[in-house]
Design a protein around this ligand. Structure first.
Ligand code: TXD
Length: 313
């Protein structure tokens, strides 16, 4: 049996970290593709030289030629600009739309059977564009945001209660923007509903911190955005696909009626297995949460509406 092939489109902070995690987990051979000359080759070589220390048996290769992604089982797309302090994710729309269109053409030609996991911001618009430009099915194009946003919510709740993160079940739905929806009604700690353990006022503050968590890191780093946790989240999704784990993970998925949304990518729980996005799971929401999801979805729809204008300019 041949090893899986994982193509990383964009070998910057997140791409490089994914390559490291994929190698440590021996998920498959890795190709790091980027437009910057030498950088992906340098990262691949550096990681290869960590193999005799960490004892992994996968091949890592850097490339500036999109043809080298040929036959990939998974393409993880991080190509594009990251935020700097003072920028919103939406400010990246114009420049990143052009980059995503370009890489979508390469993926369509060279890796037509791959599962495509998009991370580039603004996430919900970029994953929409990827689906449009590749023409791939909704099962094969998915966006990473919810795994990360939910992990941030979980981290803050575990810190607040001083419990293991393993005891926290937390879910964030909606678009990957400041109006994402932490779903308090389905959140439990050790099986106990979270609102029995933390006051409404503190929960409000934790949820607000979750919505702004990406910006908090941008403000601290000053030169870019988070990359360890986004990389870990993308690898979790890729692993569920490659190993047919059928994990239910919150991801940006193409909706056709679920959650009252149609023809739109939005963060919802999905099952990821060998078939890609195998199904969308509908969780019960309170009326307030439903309203918040609607607001978030309309923001995504506006952004997608702006795509055509941006691409024409
Ligand atoms: O939850 C999420 N989805 C995210 C997404 C969480 C954090 C950051 N997220 C977004 O991922 C972020 O806003 C960016 O749009 C992407 C990538 O973030 P990263 O931190 O990895 O950015 P880098 O280090 O700048 O890397 C981007 C690389 C860089 O090396 C460029 O040279 C490359 O993208 N790039 C390209 N590669 C291939 N092809 C083309 N056309 C191209 N253009 C730029």
């Amino acid at each position: 049996m041949a090893r899986n092939k994982i193509a990383l489109i964009g070998a910057g902070n997140i791409g490089g970290t994914i390559a490291h995690l994929a190698a440590l987990k021996q998920l498959g051979d890795v190709v790091l593709y980027d437009v910057v000359e030498g950088m992906p080759q340098g990262k691949a070589l550096d990681l290869t030289e960590s193999g005799p220390i960490d004892l992994f048996d996968v091949a890592l290769r850097g490339s500036n030629d999109i043809k080298d992604i040929a036959g990939a089982d998974v393409c993880i797309v991080t190509s594009g600009l990251a935020r700097k302090p003072g920028m919103s994710r939406d400010d990246l729309l114009g420049i990143n739309a052009k980059i995503i269109s370009e890489v979508a053409a390469g993926i369509k030609t060279h890796a037509p059977d791959a599962l495509v996991i998009v991370l580039t911001n603004p996430l919900d618009a970029m994953v929409t564009l990827m689906k449009r430009q590749t023409g791939f099915s909704k099962q094969k194009v998915v966006g990473m945001a919810g795994v990360l946003d939910s992990a941030r919510y979980s981290s803050f709740l575990a810190m607040e209660l001083n419990v293991s993160v393993k005891s926290v079940q937390a879910l964030v739905l909606g678009g990957h923007g400041d109006d994402m929806v932490p779903v308090r009604s389905s959140c439990t700690v050790g099986g106990v509903p979270v609102d029995r353990l933390i006051s409404a006022e503190r929960l409000e503050a934790i949820e607000e911190r979750t919505r702004k968590a990406g910006g908090e890191i941008v403000g601290l780093l000053k030169t870019g955005s988070a990359y360890y946790s986004p990389a870990a989240a993308a690898v979790r999704m890729a692993e569920s696909y490659l190993l047919d784990k059928k994990e239910i993970l919150p991801c940006a998925a193409y909706l056709e009626g679920e959650y009252g949304c149609s023809d739109l990518y939005l963060g919802v729980p999905v099952q990821i297995g060998a078939g890609g996005v195998e199904k969308v799971v509908e969780v019960e929401l309170t009326d307030k949460e439903k309203e918040e999801v609607k607001v978030s979805a309309s923001h995504v729809a506006d952004l997608v509406g702006a795509l055509d204008k941006v691409l024409a300019s």
